[in-house]
Design a protein around this ligand. Structure first.
Ligand code: GRF
Length: 210
């Protein structure tokens, strides 16, 4: 039976052992909190192996105990590759089954993407391939779109261009602003991310094309 995100439903917890998630964040962390809540009440058979950020002191990091946090100021590195290498080493050290970009706002370079290819996903607040990049809510309104949404996709070196795994849609209403649209989309984003993670964790979602 299909649910709102188009994925077949299966009982939680079919996976042998909790799948280890490394979560990349840069800001508020509401998607991370949705994951934490789903794990806590048994809706997601996974565990947080670590939370990683390019923004020291971002609110998302405070949602997990200190031993699970890793952050470095990306600006203190000579270049993207140097930062990504250190981030990649830290992520690999926690042996994640899945690496989840949940509000991670920094572009990941080829090195990192290749290193975690096939287990690296991102949630993006638009109906990809529409509105890649930033300011998606404003751009959907400016484009006169009738509907908006969010996408979970495999991460590739090209920004927001990896194959879409699942999407959720909302109608754009008269009088919508980027703020009202973002606020109405956020709970749908959380549900989409959880449903997709469930599909990854219990093997219903096949790996991306090689
Ligand atoms: C979300 O809208 C996500 O789609 C986008 O950044 C926002 C992050 O929100 N990439 P939060 O930090 O998870 O609350």
């Amino acid at each position: 039976m299909a649910n709102g995100c188009g994925l077949a439903e299966h009982p939680v917890g079919e996976a042998a052992s909790p799948r280890r998630l490394a979560v990349l964040v840069s800001g508020r962390g509401s998607n991370l909190q949705a994951i934490l809540d789903a794990i806590a009440d048994g809706r997601l058979a996974a565990e947080i192996a670590g939370v990683f950020s390019d923004k020291r002191g971002c609110a998302a990091l405070t949602r997990v105990p200190a031993p699970l946090r890793w952050s470095r100021d990306a600006k203190s590195f000579p270049d993207r590759a140097a930062f990504d290498l250190e981030l990649g080493d830290a992520v690999a050290a926690v042996r994640p089954d899945w690496v989840v970009c949940a509000g991670y706002m920094r572009i990941l370079g080829d090195g990192f993407v290749q290193r975690f290819a096939g287990r690296l996903v991102n949630i993006h607040p638009s109906l990809l391939p529409k509105h890649r990049g930033l300011h998606t809510h404003r751009r959907a309104l400016e484009a006169g779109d009738a509907e908006h949404g969010a996408s979970v996709h495999w991460v590739t070196p090209e920004l927001d261009a990896g194959d879409v795994i699942a999407q959720t849609r909302i109608a754009i209403q008269p009088g919508d602003t980027p703020e009202t649209l973002a606020a109405r989309l956020l709970p749908a984003e959380h549900a989409l991310l959880l449903e997709t993670l469930r599909g990854l964790v219990d093997g219903r979602i096949p790996p991306p094309p090689a």
